[in-house]
Write a protein that binds this ligand. Structure first.
Ligand code: CMC
Length: 430
């Protein structure tokens, strides 16, 4: 039998407090501590290692078993049989679409892919060498000023249109941030392509010649999107929820999510992985870097290894690993020194006692970085691509939060460790 309550007792004779234990459909139960505040007690959990910040029906992860489900479907099945827009529909609406629903959804997303024409001017305000993520934070945030009819977030219909706009337009913003870096003309989205092909077209085509996306690469790219579409209450998703809990508009919330994703411990890991591989430079230097990663006095970490939740192989990494080999074969890159180095590093880390004992497996971003590089996508775009995939999850989670009658403005408490009350000292006496 599962316990249904826990009693908190105090060593100073205060009355005990009964707290209910709530079980979800899968995974760990939670102690419902909401009433503690009334008793003047708060819990302390920096980094939310033991705290569920919300209830959610969208994504389930079992880090010990290496399981990831979107709306109950194992990620392997979705990656095998669906495309990214079907998965996005599933995340947003809770069910896989039937044929008619899929056609309508794809048509709707295709209709929303263009940006307001004046947004071109916002791009042009950035330095040419601006990082694509900096441009994305700015441009997506500035969309708040262009789509005034997406501001009333209490209206479910408005939320739906805002979600579609974000899913459709963020890829255009990402691709244009790259084109702007290059100084090439922006390529407008094309309805004749599927979602992945359209993004490749906006990234790689130019007005001067025809462009045909390679189907193996388009499929690999679509898979990257599926695998990154949602991942329960990670840092950026929690950021979107927290920003949205105040009633902030969806573009501002997703811009906040993009900002959070940018960090190297989160979405920036794929870019950081490639930078690290470039720094290592040669198979002969792997040992030196492994040694540094193990050294407690050195802040260096092996990028693309480890995960907060997975203490087993990240199921996304296993799928991406397979895709990685397909893409390297397709591009004839199996003998490329950089990819050889990556695969050697993977092998050594998988066998090394330190990494094995700490269950630090290569994560999805280790392989997705390699795949994207093989596709000709520059390192600086990796996190931007993660962001366009994760937009599907962000808008689904944001909408779920705003539809939840239990949702309140997010307002964590703190353990104050600063100075106690003291008297002001005037400037001449300090
Ligand atoms: N290289 C070397 N040692 C590591 C690494 C690493 N990549 N990751 C964790 N460790 C060690 C860490 O030093 C600690 O050792 P000890 O117990 O002796 O103090 C132990 O493993 C546990 O690490 P932690 O910092 O408590 O784990 P965490 O859950 O706080 O951090 C992480 C998770 C992903 C931030 C971390 O593993 C890391 O920095 N990895 C590299 C960055 C990376 O690849 N991030 C992508 C995550 S996947 C994409 C996403 O979902 O956002």
């Amino acid at each position: 039998m599962k316990p249904t309550k826990v009693t908190l007792t105090f060593d100073d004779g205060s009355a005990p407090i009964d707290l209910p234990i709530v079980s979800g459909n899968l995974g760990a139960s939670v102690i419902d501590i909401r009433q503690l505040g009334k008793h003047g007690i708060f819990t302390y959990d920096p980094g939310f290692l033991s705290t569920a910040s919300c209830s959610s029906e969208i994504t389930y992860i079992d880090g010990d078993e290496g399981l990831l489900y979107y709306r109950g479907y194992p990620i392997q099945q979705l990656a095998e049989h669906c495309d990214f827009l079907e998965v996005s529909y599933l995340l947003m609406h809770g069910e896989l679409p039937n044929q008619a629903q899929k056609e309508t959804f794809v048509g709707t997303i295709n209709r929303h892919t263009m940006l307001h024409d004046q947004l071109n001017n916002i791009f042009r305000g950035f330095r040419r060498d601006a990082h694509p993520m900096a441009v994305m934070v700015g441009v997506v945030g500035s969309m708040s000023a262009f789509y005034n009819d997406s501001m009333d977030v209490r209206d479910p219909k408005v939320r739906e249109v805002a979600a579609y706009r974000l899913l459709a337009k963020v890829p255009t913003v990402a691709a244009w941030s790259y084109k702007y870096n290059l100084g090439q003309p922006f390529m407008y989205p094309q309805k004749r392509y599927n979602f992945a092909e359209n993004f490749m077209h906006m990234m790689f085509a130019t007005p001067t010649e025809d462009y045909e996306p390679n189907p193996v690469l388009a499929k690999a790219f679509d898979r990257i999107l599926i695998l990154h579409a949602d991942h329960e209450q990670n840092a950026s998703t929690s950021t979107v929820r927290l920003a949205g809990s105040s009633g902030a508009n969806p573009f501002a919330c997703v811009a906040a999510g993009i900002a959070s994703l940018w960090g190297p411990a989160h979405g920036g890991a794929n870019e950081a992985t490639l930078k690290m591989l470039e720094e290592i430079g040669d198979v002969s230097r792997i040992g030196e870097y492994i040694k540094r990663a193990k050294d407690k006095t050195d802040s260096f970490r092996l990028m693309g290894f480890g995960h907060r939740v997975y203490r087993n192989m990240d199921p996304r990494a296993a799928i991406m690993r397979e895709t990685c080999h397909q893409v390297l074969d397709e591009m004839g890159l199996n003998d490329d020194p950089m990819f050889k180095l990556a695969l050697k590093l993977e092998q050594i880390a998988l066998e090394d006692e330190y990494f094995v004992s700490k269950q630090l497996y290569p994560n999805v971003d280790f392989y997705s970085g390699i795949v994207m590089r093989a596709m000709g996508i520059p390192n600086s775009m990796f996190t931007a691509i993660f962001a366009l995939a994760r937009t599907a999850g962000w808008v689904a989670q944001w909408n779920e939060m705003l539809s939840d009658p239990e949702a309140r403005i997010g307002r964590p408490r703190q353990l104050y460790t600063g100075a106690p009350r003291r008297e002001f000292v005037s400037l001449d006496k300090r």
